[in-house]
Design a binder for this molecule. Sequence first.
Ligand code: ADP
Length: 305
Amino acid sequence: MNPSIDISYSLDRLNINTVNRTNQVTKTAGGKGLNVARVIHDLQGDVLATGMLGGIHGAFITSELEKAEIKHDFVTIKEETRNSIAVLHEGNQTEILESGPIVSEDEQAKFSDKFRELLDLAEIITISGSLPKGLPHDFYQQLVQAAQAHGVKVLLDTSGVSLEKVLSSQNKPYMIKPNLEELENLLEKTFSLEHLEDIQLALVEPLFKGIEWIIVSLGKEGAIAKHRDMFYRVTIPEINVLNPVGSGDATIAGFAYAMTKKLNPYEILRMCMATGMANVRERITGHVDLANVKNYFSKVEVKKS
Ligand code: ADP
């Protein structure tokens, strides 16, 4: 719902209170939802991106999607889509994040109508990232409810109040993928990698009742997953990291793709981990090479725990 143009500037040194010049600039159609869409497209899945876009930044994102041949159907809003700026300097990443547009009630209603129309075309919906200002905190809950009424499964990757609102409602998503920090914030607890059984125990809390799949992703440590009443420990080989940003989004993409291929739970977990790993091997955020996904797929280990 809140995409951005992700701009990165590389500098040898960041000089404060003076001019910094660089010719190392990248500008990509960003935000978690678009990362998911791009990776599903890389996997050769059939995907359509939707949400809200405004102004010339919105037009830039549309043109990038066209270039990549990713189908899209966005609601146009009056205010300008945001930029997210990362300055890479001296091994650091300094970010300037715009809060983004404020969405009007009329625009919200237009998107809700579009979402309901698109439900007729969808087998699976992935919802990722934060809400722009102007949308109510329970907006994702409304979308999950509408999707369920249509019999469409929702994979939800958000955090904070938006996630809490969905989890405390009657309409549960089919899958959530918190990373360890998000799980800790949600439950107001801390976990350690030495005691993975505590994470497993936390996933049977009433808050998660009715969610078919919970995948707690653990970065280079793989994941812990719960599917219905079964728990799985997923481990991955060590690989050389080029850019870990967007790995969680790639994991969601791999999961969605695996679902459409009717893979079994072991294969689903292998696929989503392999896709997350393949993202780490690319400089472009939210992008995978299919050959890497296939290679890593055979190297992921899934055990019942
Ligand atoms: P998020 O981006 O949401 O914080 P994670 O960092 O847990 O999610 O990454 C999601 C998945 O991507 C991991 O479960 C793993 O499969 C893969 N991944 C992430 N970081 C690494 C890494 N350093 N090495 C190998 N795989 C990684």
